[in-house]
Design a protein around this ligand. Structure first.
Ligand SMILES: NC(=O)c1ccc[n+]([C@@H]2O[C@H](COP(=O)([O-])OP(=O)(O)OC[C@H]3O[C@@H](n4cnc5c(N)ncnc54)[C@H](O)[C@@H]3O)[C@@H](O)[C@H]2O)c1
Length: 254
């Protein structure tokens, strides 16, 4: 079975507006590309200076947006909306600097992790949900780090566990407004952000190389593996799916 052919036949997002945070690179870019392919009008918000050029490569609009800044978020959501309406939010932007030993972690480090990965993701979801006047789908990027607690990544694990808690709470609150809220928990995916962290992770004592190799399906996780899951959650195929955490890790946490 060729996944591409069947997905494009099953999923038609034409007429939908989508906003993808952190979509200049990595997982966010792959998700934005899949949403464009399915016919959605996609706007990417990212701190990358070349976000407009990168987004244009896959047919999306790109807006400079730091998700921790309320004004940036308002401007980007306005640009992404169709007459004030948003249908799909992919709350993807996140940071994952290696925490290192918890005994050495500073309060500032922990506060910054929670500010970007939790507080800002909450704010973006709230502002987007206000614009989901015709129902919608919110997809939050969590991580399998939320399901365990690896040495060296304590602050990140906690931030992503909070994302899962928010996902479930939002699903309960927003369901009556026709808004589904789900999370994706990827395993290790080959992205620019992960490439930067391999050395710090090794130095922190996490056996990251063993973790990369250890998945039963024997594949290296790619951004498009996550994008295919996001496309499903964004679409009507998932109309009865809300408050769910979809693990996309080749079975590594099984
Ligand atoms: N790659 C993995 O192995 C993996 C695994 C589990 C979860 N995740 C999660 O998936 C998401 C994407 O990860 P990735 O590996 O593609 O990351 P990445 O670092 O490769 O790309 C992240 C993108 O987000 C942007 N960004 C960072 N901070 C931002 C901010 N404050 N405002 C707007 N944009 C911002 C960056 O410019 C970049 O384009 C993150 O939430 C991450 O925690 C990744």
């Amino acid at each position: 079975m060729t996944t591409d052919q069947h997905l494009t036949q099953l999923i038609d997002l034409s007429g939908a507006t989508a906003f993808v945070t952190g979509g200049a690179l990595g997982i966010g870019a792959a998700i934005a590309r899949r949403l464009v392919e399915a016919g959605a009008a996609v706007t990417v918000g990212d701190i990358a200076v070349d976000v407009a050029d990168r987004a244009a490569e896959f047919g999306a609009a790109g807006v400079r947006c730091d998700i921790t800044e309320a004004d940036d978020v308002a401007t980007a959501l306005h640009a992404a909306s169709d007459d004030g309406r948003i249908d799909i939010l992919v709350n993807n932007a996140g940071i994952f600097p290696t925490t290192g030993p918890m005994l050495d972690a500073s309060d500032d480090f922990v506060a910054r992790m929670l500010d970007v990965n939790v507080r800002a993701q909450f704010s973006v979801a709230r502002e987007a949900a206000r614009l989901m006047t015709n129902g919608g789908s919110i997809i939050n990027l969590a991580s399998i780090a939320a399901l365990g607690g690896g040495a060296g990544i304590s602050a990140y694990s906690a931030s992503k566990a909070a994302v899962i808690a928010l996902t479930r709470a939002f699903a309960n609150e927003l369901g009556p407004r026709g808004i589904r809220v789900n999370a994706i928990a990827p395993g290790i995916i080959e992205t620019p952000g992960v490439a930067e962290q391999m050395e710090p992770l090794r130095a922190s004592g996490l056996d990251i190389d063993a973790r990369v190799a250890a998945n039963p399906v024997g594949l290296a996780g790619q951004p498009d593996h996550v994008a295919r899951a996001a496309l499903f959650l964004a679409s009507g195929l998932a109309e009865f799916v809300s408050g769910h955490v979809l693990v996309v890790d080749g079975g590594s946490s099984a």
